[in-house]
Design a protein around this ligand. Structure first.
Ligand SMILES: [Zn+2]
Length: 103
């Protein structure tokens, strides 16, 4: 029997604000790198927007970082096309998120 395809992408997690699972069509890939994919997600429940960074590490480990943003999609596209993503960008985002979580 064919399994029904789930509308949600579990590895992309849920809206940081209301916990609603992101739907496929709420997610847009902004940039796709060798190890990092940057996504913009809009929550269909609370209309919040978040930037998601999906980082593929060694041994197939995938880390997803989420940052709420009030930037519109066009702002973000401009922001991300301004330069290449470097390892430093990813590291900075990670450090920032971790320091927020510890508080
Ligand atoms: Zn939400």
């Amino acid at each position: 029997m064919r399994q029904k395809r789930t509308a949600h992408q579990p590895h992309l997690g849920h809206c940081p604000l209301c916990g609603y699972g992101y739907e496929d069509d709420a997610i847009e890939v902004l940039r796709r790198g060798a190890f990092t994919t940057i996504l913009h997600a809009e929550c269909s429940q609370c209309q919040s927007a978040a930037i998601l960074a999906v980082i593929s590490g060694m041994m197939g480990m995938v880390t997803t970082l989420g940052m709420l943003t009030d930037m519109s999609r066009s702002d973000i596209t401009r922001f991300w096309t301004a330069g290449e993503i470097t390892a430093d960008d990813v590291l900075n985002a990670h450090v920032m998120l971790e320091s927020k979580m510890e508080r």
